[in-house]
Design a protein around this ligand. Structure first.
Ligand SMILES: [Zn+2]
Length: 534
C-alpha cells in the first residue's frame, strides 16, 4: 500500500555524508540522554579485534592484553563460507601484521570504513577474531560472544544481506532521488516542495522480520544483547537502542515496545523466565548452518539470564523451573526435510530437535503439578556451561499412563500425519510428536518380554503401532471462552509428555512428544512411576 507523508530526504546511497551525520547524531543523542551506553562505559576488550588504521590497507588483527576501550561489532550473514576470508592457525601470524583489505568480503570492508568514520579504532568480526580451525579457541570465544555484543559501542548490522559479499555501502533499492514540485500561492508566490519516492519499513513487534539477518539463529542473541544497533536495510538505515527506534528520515518506525533490544532489557529485569521462553520460541524458528551450534548460538542469552536469576542451566532449560520448561511442544518439524535424529542434546531438551517450539505452561494457568524431580545430571563442555550438552538424565516420578501410539498413514486436513494416542477407554484429543516417529522392538532384560515402542526418526513418517507412556505434568484452569466457542469443545486442561522406552536399560525413556486431554480422570487412571529420562 502506498502512503504519503512528510519526512526528511534520504540519500540514494548510504556512503553519502548525510547518513554518517544521521548515525553520529543518533549515537550522540543516545549517549547524552539515555542509559543505553554510558559515556564512561569502557569495557574490557575482546580477546582479538581488528585494528583499523587510517587507510584501508592498514587493518590488522590485534590481541589486547587486558585493555579496556570501545569498539564496534559486526552482525551479518556469512552466506557461502568458502568465499570469506577467515583467520586460521595458518593465517593468524600474518594477519597480526596486516589483513589484506581487498580480500575481505564487501560487508566487512564496509564495516571497516564505517568504524573508521565513527572515529573508532577497533572492530570485532567473528570470522577474523576467532581462529576458525581451532576447536578450543572457538569453544572459548563462542561462550564470550554474547558479552562482546553487549559491551560493544555499536553493532553494525547487515540486516538485509544474505551474504557477506553483498556489502553495506551500496545503492539503495526503491529509493529515488528527491524531485522538486513547484506551485503558486494566491499571491503569485512560487513555492517549491521536494518529493521523494521510496520504500518504508514499519517495525510492529520485537520479532518483526527485517530481512535475512532476522532468520539466522546466531544473530538472535547478537541483536537482543546489543545496546545499540545500526540496521543497514536495502532501502534505509535504522537506529535502534533501548529508548529509540528511528528511521533515517527522522520518523520513528516503532517504539520501545517493538524494539527487541528494549524488550530484552525490560523483561530481563521483570520476568526473566518469561523472557527465556520468549527467546527460545523465537530462536528455535531460526536457521542454523551447523546443527551442533543449537545451544552455543544461544549461550550468550543463557549466560545473561543466569547472571540475572542465579538459576542453573540444563541444556536449554533451567533447574529451578524444570517442570514448566520440560513441557515444550514441537511445531513445524514437518517442514524440515529429514531432520538429523540426534542434535547434541538429551531428548528432554528442545535443543534435541529441529524446528520451532512453544511452551504450554506459558499460556495456561496451572492448578495441579503432578510430577516430582528426584535428580538431574547434565554434562556441559568444559569452559562453556551454556554450550553443547550431549548427555543428560532426569530422574522423575509422577502419574504415568501406558498408551498405544498408532499411525496408519492417514494425514489430516493440513496434510500432516495423523498420529493417534489411545488409552484404555479412549483416545487423547491432542498428541504433538517431537519429530517424525518410528517404532523399535527389543527384548526386556528383566521379564524377557518383547517391547515394541516408539522412537524419534529422521525419515518420513511410517505406519507404527507402538507402546508409549504419558506422564501427566499439569492440570490447568484454561477458561472455556473463545477457544470453546471456536472449536465448540471443552478446553484441553491436562498436559503431559509422552515417552518411549530405550532398549538395554530398564525404566529409561526418551521423549517422543506431548499430549493434552480434557478428562482430568486420566490422572487417577495413571499409576505413580519413577522413570529416567534421557
Ligand atoms: Zn539509547
Amino acid at each position: 500500500m502506498s502512503t504519503v507523508g512528510t519526512c526528511r530526504e534520504i540519500s540514494t546511497n548510504p556512503s553519502n555524508p548525510e547518513c554518517l551525520h544521521f548515525i553520529r547524531s543518533c549515537l550522540a543523542e543516545c549517549s547524552d540522554n539515555h542509559q543505553c551506553f554510558e559515556p564512561t562505559h569502557c569495557p574490557r576488550l575482546p580477546r582479538r579485534l581488528l585494528h583499523i588504521g587510517r587507510q584501508n590497507n592498514d587493518v590488522s588483527l590485534h590481541e589486547p592484553a587486558d585493555e579496556h576501550g570501545v569498539y564496534a561489532i559486526l552482525s551479518y550473514c556469512w552466506g557461502p563460507t568458502l568465499d570469506n576470508l577467515k583467520t586460521t592457525l595458518a593465517t593468524l601470524e600474518s594477519f597480526e601484521k596486516t589483513i589484506p583489505y581487498a580480500k575481505l568480503p564487501k560487508t566487512v570492508q564496509d564495516a571497516v570504513v564505517i568504524t573508521r568514520k565513527l572515529g573508532l579504532q577497533y572492530l570485532w568480526v567473528d570470522a577474523l577474531c576467532i581462529i576458525q580451525d581451532s576447536h578450543s579457541d572457538w569453544e572459548v570465544e563462542a561462550s564470550k560472544m554474547g558479552g562482546y555484543y553487549e559491551n560493544a559501542f555499536v553493532t553494525i548490522a547487515a540486516t538485509s544481506s544474505e551474504r557477506a559479499a553483498e556489502g553495506l555501502l551500496k545503492d539503495r533499492v526503491g529509493v529515488l532521488p528527491a524531485k522538486p514540485i513547484f506551485f503558486h500561492e494566491k499571491d503569485g508566490k512560487r513555492v517549491k516542495i521536494m518529493t521523494q519516492q521510496r520504500k518504508r519499513v514499519l517495525w510492529p513487534t520485537p520479532l518483526h522480520d527485517l530481512g535475512p539477518l532476522s532468520s539466522r539463529a546466531w544473530t538472535y542473541q547478537e541483536h537482543a544483547l546489543s545496546r545499540r544497533m545500526l540496521h543497514f536495510l536495502e532501502s534505509e538505515l535504522l537506529f535502534e537502542c533501548q529508548e529509540k527506534l528511528i528511521s533515517e528520515d527522522g520518523n520513528p518506525i516503532g517504539d520501545n515496545q517493538t524494539s527487541l533490544i528494549s524488550h530484552f532489557r525490560r523483561t530481563l529485569g521483570t520476568s526473566p523466565q518469561q523472557l527465556w521462553r520468549f527467546s527460545t520460541t523465537a530462536y528455535s524458528q531460526r536457521n542454523l548452518s551447523f546443527v551442533a551450534d543449537k545451544l552455543p548460538a544461544l549461550s550468550g542469552v543463557a549466560s545473561r539470564l543466569q547472571q540475572a536469576t542465579g538459576f542453573h542451566y540444563l541444556a536449554g532449560l533451567w533447574k529451578e523451573t524444570l517442570l514448566e520448561d520440560l513441557l515444550w511442544t514441537s511445531w513445524g518439524w514437518e517442514e524440515y526435510d529429514k531432520p538429523p535424529l540426534v542434535l547434541e542434546a538429551p531428548s528432554w531438551s528442545w535443543a534435541s530437535i529441529h524446528g520451532g517450539v512453544a511452551f504450554q505452561a506459558e499460556t495456561t494457568e496451572v492448578l495441579h503439578i503432578y510430577p516430582r524431580i528426584l535428580s538431574v545430571t547434565c554434562q556441559s563442555p568444559p569452559g562453556n556451561p551454556f554450550g553443547k550438552c550431549g548427555h543428560g538424565r532426569i530422574e522423575i516420578t509422577g502419574p504415568v499412563l501406558e498408551m498405544e501410539l498408532i499411525f496408519n498413514g492417514d494425514v489430516d486436513d493440513f496434510g500432516l500425519p495423523s498420529y493417534k494416542l489411545d488409552y484404555d477407554g479412549g483416545s487423547v484429543p491432542l498428541f504433538s510428536p517431537d519429530t517424525s516417529l518410528d517404532e523399535t522392538t527389543f527384548l526386556d532384560r528383566g521379564s524377557g518380554a518383547t517391547v515394541r515402542t516408539a522412537k524419534r526418526s529422521s525419515e518420513p513418517p511410517v505406519p507404527i503401532a507402538a507402546k508409549v507412556w504419558c506422564m501427566w505434568f499439569f492440570g490447568t484452569d484454561q477458561k472455556p471462552t473463545e477457544m470453546k466457542s471456536f472449536f465448540d469443545e471443552e478446553p484441553l486442561s491436562l498436559h503431559g509428555i509422552v515417552v518411549g522406552r530405550v532398549s538395554g536399560e530398564s525404566e529409561v525413556y526418551s521423549r517422543v512428544g506431548t499430549a493434552s486431554a480434557r478428562d482430568m480422570q486420566l490422572v487417577s487412571q495413571a499409576s505413580e512411576q519413577r522413570i529416567s529420562l534421557i
